[in-house]
Design a protein around this ligand. Structure first.
Ligand code: SF4
Ligand code: SF4
Length: 187
C-alpha cells in the first residue's frame, strides 16, 4: 500500500494554464464537448515537433499528415489556454478539464515490481511546489490508471488515422474519428 497523501497545495500562480502545453486525450475532448457544448475545432490545435520538446519522437500519439508530424493540443493564445478566463484567471471548463490538468504537477512513484508507492511532485514542470497542503493520493491514482488505460486506445486510433491516405488530409480530420460535432450552418 502506498502513501495516502502527498504534501502540496496549489497557490494559483497560473503557470500551468499559461506556459504549459496541454495534450488532451480524445476522451478529454469528448467530455469537454459533451459537458460544455464546446466546438473542438475551436479549442484544439495541432502542433509540430518544434513547438513542444518534452514529447519523445517515438511517442505513439504523433499524427502523420503529408510527411509532417503533429500532436493534438488545447489551443493557446498569448495569455494562455483557450479555456482560461482572461479576467478571473480561472479555468472555464474546470469540472470537465483534461486528465493531464488534474494530474499536474504530480508524478507517480512505483517500486520495481510496479506496485504503487505514492506520488511526488514533478521537479521540472515549473510549478512552485508549495508543500503546505495535503492531497489524498487514492483519487490521483484512479485518474492516473484511467489515463494509462486510455493511452493504448489513443495509440490505436492514431495508428488507424496514420494509415489513411487521401487527398486533402488535415491533422484536424483526426477529430472526426472520435467525436461528432455538428457545426452550425451559416445563414
Ligand atoms: S503551476 Fe502549480 S501552483 Fe501554479 S497554478 Fe499550476 S498547480 Fe497551482
Ligand atoms: S483546461 Fe483549464 S486547467 Fe487545463 S490548462 Fe486549460 S485552463 Fe488550465
Amino acid at each position: 500500500m502506498g502513501k495516502s497523501i502527498v504534501k502540496f497545495s496549489c497557490h494559483h500562480c497560473g503557470h500551468c494554464c499559461t506556459d504549459v502545453v496541454c495534450l488532451p486525450t480524445p476522451w478529454d475532448v469528448v467530455r469537454i464537448v459533451r459537458e460544455r457544448a464546446a466546438n473542438p475545432y475551436k479549442f484544439l490545435e495541432f502542433i509540430r515537433p518544434d513547438e513542444i520538446t518534452e514529447v519523445e519522437e517515438n511517442d505513439p500519439t504523433w499524427l502523420e499528415v503529408g510527411g509532417e508530424r503533429y500532436l493534438m493540443a488545447l489551443k493557446r493564445g498569448k495569455k494562455g489556454c483557450h479555456f482560461l478566463d482572461k479576467k478571473t484567471r480561472h479555468c472555464t471548463v474546470y469540472e470537465a478539464r483534461p486528465l493531464l490538468c488534474r494530474l499536474y504537477p504530480f508524478k507517480l512513484q512505483e517500486n520495481r515490481a510496479g506496485t504503487f508507492k505514492g506520488f511526488t511532485l514533478h521537479k521540472d514542470v515549473g510549478c512552485p511546489r508549495h508543500r503546505d497542503g495535503r492531497v489524498p493520493t487514492a483519487p490521483l491514482y484512479e485518474l492516473y490508471s484511467d489515463d494509462a488505460e486510455h493511452q493504448q486506445d489513443y495509440a490505436d486510433l492514431v495508428t488507424v488515422f496514420n494509415r489513411r491516405e487521401y487527398k486533402g488530409k488535415k491533422p484536424s480530420d483526426f477529430i472526426e474519428m472520435f467525436v461528432v460535432y455538428r457545426r452550425r450552418k451559416r445563414g
